[in-house]
Write a protein that binds this ligand. Structure first.
Ligand SMILES: C[S@@+](CC[C@H](N)C(=O)[O-])C[C@H]1O[C@@H](n2cnc3c(N)ncnc32)[C@H](O)[C@@H]1O
Length: 254
């Protein structure tokens, strides 16, 4: 019996602890994640969101309020997203979830929304509200600072609203978004303008870079730029649309 236990514990040992022939160390393709954290990202930019004692009422009051551009313009933003019945949509950085709920409604019949966030409190709120409202085509997904944690080629549209500037490892997160999109899938990015001398000081300090830098980063991650959509009432925000190339286009471009 003791011998059986010994054999079992040997089988359960991590592979690295069992004597093996020498092998070459694995080749790393990407630099370590820590090297990709933008130098000018404000320290602790997501601290409030991952706090388990976060006051959801406070954030509802900040995010779902008509004086906020992206909330007031939600119908026009929805049109720019060109939602079709049956679309599978990831709302990355869903926050309190008002866009996730709109997407869930407008992708029926047959559509599905993944509300992705790194904040367990936001995700709990989104789940509870969906249950209360009888929304049955929405799943809350706990992402990480490195990945949206969605399966490959699982969504038609990724929507990122006032969240890209919160990404701590943009190349990693963008790579996970590209993987999660189907070939030809759409990416809609809303973020803040950052124009020295024009943009108010809070945003100059809070948002690490402006539109052209973010556009370049998304292109470098293997997306194709479609256009910028002008939204009435957007004075501090902009909306850019991108596309993941079809497989054939991507290989032809290499
Ligand atoms: C300013 S809020 C915007 C929320 C929502 N999109 C809106 O416009 O109301 C930023 C959100 O991004 C989330 N977040 C930050 N980094 C993230 C990441 N790497 N992946 C997913 N969500 C992230 C935060 O937890 C927070 O909910």
């Amino acid at each position: 019996m003791r011998q059986l236990g010994w054999v079992l514990s040997l089988l359960l040992l991590p592979a690295g602890l069992v004597a093996q022939p020498p092998v070459a160390p694995p080749r790393t393709v990407d630099p370590p994640a820590a090297d990709q954290r933008p130098a000018n990202l404000p320290e602790g930019i997501n601290r409030n969101f991952v706090d388990p004692d976060m006051d959801i009422a406070e954030w509802l009051g900040r995010f779902e309020i008509e004086s906020r551009e992206v909330f007031a313009a939600r119908q026009q933003v929805l049109e720019a997203c060109e939602i079709r019945p049956g679309d599978r949509i990831a709302d990355v950085g869903a926050g309190t979830g008002f866009y996730s709920r709109l997407f869930a409604e407008h992708s029926l019949p047959g559509g599905w929304v993944y509300a992705v966030d790194i904040s367990p409190v936001f995700l709990q709120h989104i789940t509870e509200q969906a249950l209360d409202d009888g929304v049955t085509n929405l799943t809350a997904v706990l992402g990480t600072s490195l990945s949206v944690t969605l399966p490959p080629e699982s969504v038609d549209l990724v929507f990122i609203c006032d969240t890209y500037h919160h990404f701590e490892y943009p190349p990693r997160t963008l790579a996970s978004i590209r993987r999660a999109l189907k070939p030809g899938g759409r990416l809609v990015l809303i973020d803040f303008e950052r124009i020295p001398g024009v943009t108010r000081e809070f945003l100059m300090n809070h948002v690490r870079a402006g539109k052209e830098t973010f556009r370049r980063e998304v292109l470098q991650a293997g997306f194709e730029f479609r256009d910028e959509v002008s939204i009435d009432g957007f004075e501090e925000n902009y909306l850019l649309r991108f596309r993941k190339p079809q497989a054939a286009e991507a290989s032809a471009a290499q």
